[in-house]
Structures are given as C-alpha cells and as structure tokens.
Design a protein around this ligand. Structure first.
Ligand code: SF4
Ligand code: SF4
Length: 200
C-alpha cells in the first residue's frame, strides 16, 4: 500500500482551513477582475462604420450589411455574442477607439432563441453622385476630415462632401450620363473618382 506524501497532506490541510478559490456563482453574484474580457458592445455614437473590426474578428461574430433604398442608404453592423470568443481584437483595432468595447459581462447563457444574443447598430451611408452606390458612412467621412485637418481639401470628394454639409454648395442630383471633368467636384465613390480623373 502506498502512503500519501507529506506534501499532499500539508496541501489538503491548508485548503481545508483557507478560503475557497472559486466563487459561489450563481448562488451569489460574481464580480470579475477589472481586466476581464466579457461580451463586446457597439457604441453607435462613437462608431464611424469603417468595418475594421469586422475584418479582424477571427470567429465572424461581427458582420455588416449595406442597404440602399432609393436615395438613402445605411450600414447595419451586427455582433453575434453566441460565436464571440471575447478575444478583444475588435476593441484593440477599432479605428475610432471607442466604437466597440468589451464589457465584463460573462453570464450570457440563455434558453431563448440565439437571435436574442445579438446587437445591431445602423450608420447612415453616403451615395456616389454618379453611380448612386453607397460607398462610405457619413461619420467615417467626417472623422477623416477631422483627422486630416487642413490637409483634407485636395481630396475633392471630402471637399465637396464638407461643402454640402456646410450648405456652401448644393448636392449634385444623381445622373447616369457619361462621367467627365466637371464631375471631379462631385461626391464620388472610388471607382467613379478614378474614371472622372481618367476622363479629364
Ligand atoms: S471579441 Fe473577438 S470574437 Fe468577439 S467580436 Fe470582438 S474580435 Fe470577434
Ligand atoms: S469605428 Fe470601430 S466599431 Fe465602428 S466599424 Fe470601425 S472598427 Fe468597428
């Protein structure tokens, strides 16, 4: 017969008289430590709709859809908490820094349909004045203008977009005619911008 070593007996006696390492959750609420990575949340007022977080998410818990309806468009960004592994890559790579942040919420188990484990936010999109395709979020363009400061006017899409926003110029109505030199001072998607530059 093998006898337990003294070290094991000492360990057993010590744990018998010390506090348990585990908490009494779910009987008592558990407060995670401050750097705990829990479920992430989008913050609509801080997010600029750039989709960088969607690109870095390893589990495809983040996704987006662009919806165009006539002369309006929006981008819908979604988090599916049921496939999120709380790795923190979205928060780490968020372009606006506070657009998506992890909380310390860990208890997300539910008996409801998985669709309750979802958050969606909507961002207004800007349409190309030539081809009418949605190409960027309004907040993203504003953020870029703010970041570039006095350096933004050489980008004529940003210049015209800002002038329209400040009511210094009128929006060009959408048209299907051949793109040319005058269109260089319109709000254009990258494809139409290239064509306008090429044609002039
Ligand atoms: S924490 Fe990780 S898995 Fe969860 S949404 Fe962010 S990037 Fe995706
Ligand atoms: S601003 Fe941040 S949260 Fe919003 S889409 Fe870009 S990376 Fe994602």
């Amino acid at each position: 017969m093998k006898y337990p070593k003294l070290r094991e007996i000492k360990g057993a006696l010590k744990s018998f008289f010390s506090k348990p390492y585990t908490t009494r959750f779910p009987k008592e609420p558990h407060i995670p430590f401050s750097s705990f990575r829990g479920r992430p949340y989008y913050y609509e007022d801080k997010c600029i709709g750039c989709t960088a977080c969607v690109n870095v998410c390893p589990t495809k818990a983040l996704s987006f859809t662009d919806i165009t309806d006539g002369n309006t468009a929006k981008r819908v960004l979604t988090i599916n908490w049921d496939v999120c592994i709380a790795c923190g890559q979205c928060e780490l790579n968020c372009v606006s820094v506070e657009g998506i942040m992890l909380s310390n919420e860990f208890d997300i188990a539910t008996t409801e349909h998985r669709s309750v484990l979802r958050q969606t936010i909507e961002k207004e999109m800007i349409l190309c004045e030539h081809c009418n395709s949605a190409f960027a979020c309004r907040d993203h363009l504003n953020w870029t203008i703010e970041k570039l400061g006095p350096l933004y006017p050489p980008n004529t899409t940003l210049l015209t977009f800002n002038q329209n926003a400040l009511a210094l110029s009128a929006e060009t109505p959408h048209n299907e005619r051949l793109i040319g030199r005058p269109d260089r001072f319109s709000v254009l998607c990258p494809r139409c911008r290239r064509e306008a530059v090429f044609q002039s």
